[in-house]
Design a protein around this ligand. Structure first.
Ligand SMILES: *[C@@H]1O[C@H](CO)[C@@H](O)[C@H](O)[C@H]1NC(C)=O
Ligand SMILES: *[C@@H]1O[C@H](CO)[C@@H](O)[C@H](O)[C@H]1NC(C)=O
Ligand SMILES: *[C@@H]1O[C@H](CO)[C@@H](O)[C@H](O)[C@H]1NC(C)=O
Ligand SMILES: *[C@@H]1O[C@H](CO)[C@@H](O)[C@H](O)[C@H]1NC(C)=O
Ligand SMILES: [Cu+2]
Length: 214
């Protein structure tokens, strides 16, 4: 938490994009390489931190420096292109600066016992950006949520119906106007909102976290 806040303060906003706080990333954050897939300048590898992760519920904690972004959470056990990525969720549309954490992600129980890479892609105004973490999936559901897993005040998110980024259209312009401040769901159709309720009921909730008081 303190580390990411410090990073946020030090990096000029035109350079910082997003940081993966938990699970630990493949290596130290490399700002210049964050746009390089699949892992922001790192090769897929299990030689560093490999975090035990329960298939029935786990957290991915991020810090975003973009006021609006789309996020894609994917997983693979493959170490070679094309990596056989599996979506953990449809594309998530998120608004708000700072800490953003989804605490109840799940993958198929078939991943139990396997080492895997969790990849987070942020689609934002300056293109697609990548971070990855190496994990070992184990049985179980959400045990404890790591302290890094918080939402900054004002952060909201909804699931879209997209399964990948549409590179041809702007993803952020339409939802940032003052007219949309009373609704967090303006970027999703009503059917998309229905899907949110089914797939991840808690995702629509607005959580006014009181943790980033600095
Ligand atoms: C493992 O993760 C911890 C916590 O994020 C970090 O301090 C350490 O440098 C990481 N080690 C490696 C080898 O990346
Ligand atoms: C790709 O991943 C899925 C699990 O998400 C797995 O069932 C499938 O066997 C994998 N395919 C290959 C070619 O590894
Ligand atoms: C969109 O961008 C991603 C990541 O750069 C790439 O893998 C994908 O092929 C692109 N899709 C299209 C339709 O260009
Ligand atoms: C953060 O906000 C999202 C979207 O509202 C929500 O799904 C998630 O549970 C929140 N995270 C925490 C740690 O409460
Ligand atoms: Cu950026």
């Amino acid at each position: 938490m303190y580390k990411s806040l410090a990073l946020l303060a030090v990096l000029p906003s035109t350079f910082a994009h997003f940081i993966l706080n938990y699970p630990p990333a493949l290596g130290p954050f490399k700002d210049d390489d964050e746009g390089t897939g699949p892992c922001g300048g790192y090769d897929i590898s299990f030689s560093g931190n490999v975090t035990d992760t329960t298939v029935g519920g786990f957290s991915v904690a991020l810090t975003s420096t973009h006021p609006q972004a789309n996020w894609l959470y994917r997983v693979t056990t493959s170490t070679q292109e094309p990596y056989n990525w599996t979506n953990i969720l449809p594309v998530v549309s998120e608004s708000g600066l700072g800490a953003f954490c989804l605490p109840e992600l799940t993958v198929s129980p078939s991943f139990v016992g396997q080492q895997a890479i969790i990849q987070v892609t942020q689609g934002a105004v300056d293109g697609n950006l990548y971070q990855c973490a190496a994990v070992k999936f184990v049985e179980g559901s959400t045990s404890s949520v790591p302290s890094a897993c918080t939402n900054a005040t004002g952060v909201t998110a909804t699931l879209t119906t997209q399964t990948s980024f549409d590179n041809s259209t702007s993803t952020s312009a339409s939802s940032s106007g003052s007219a949309s401040t009373t609704s967090s769901g303006t970027t999703a159709s009503s059917s998309a909102a229905g899907a949110v309720q089914k797939v991840a009921g808690g995702l629509l909730a607005v959580l006014p976290a009181a943790l980033l008081l600095l």
